[in-house]
Design a protein around this ligand. Sequence first.
Ligand code: GDP
Ligand code: MG
Length: 164
Amino acid sequence: SKPIVAIIGRPNVGKSTLFNALAGERISIVKDTPGITRDRIYADVTWLDTQFTLIDTGGIEPDTKNEMFAHMREQAEIAIDTADVIIFLVDVRQGLVDADSKVADMLRRSNKPIVLVVNKVDNFEKFMPDVYEFYNLGIGDPHPISASSKLGFGDMLDEVTKHF
Ligand code: GDP
Ligand code: MG
């Protein structure tokens, strides 16, 4: 069957926006919808001549910091268990925060390939200097994208699919 790619990252980095952009239809849930509870949402994606199944691991949005860390651990476990490749999504506007490092630590323990993707790079010239900060996560090259403007998808998907 098709390879599975999971998008993981802390709340609000743009996981559902990226998922929707790649799925080509609005079947995931972007924030501002309190009380909506969904675990995992799947879509079939075709890139060039390659197909894969994409998972948005967002699910229930946590309220407290404790809930957030439990939630991220759960996401990471789902991703580590089921995915062939993990897209680890971070947010250039917020920069590298402690929660990102915690997710990176969880992912590092898996043997799955991790593609580090830096979202909200709506203007590559303006934000590229901030992208380099994410090298400090120690999980490889950061790949800039804008999920809302659909920028950088080609390079990101080349990187993802080369691990199949
Ligand atoms: P999730 O919690 O990780 O699933 O994040 P969402 O997809 O719900 O997005 C959180 C917020 O970030 C929303 O307000 C999105 O519109 C915004 N967002 C997502 N992608 C981008 C992007 O590429 N650029 C900018 N400027 N905002 C984005
Ligand atoms: Mg979401």
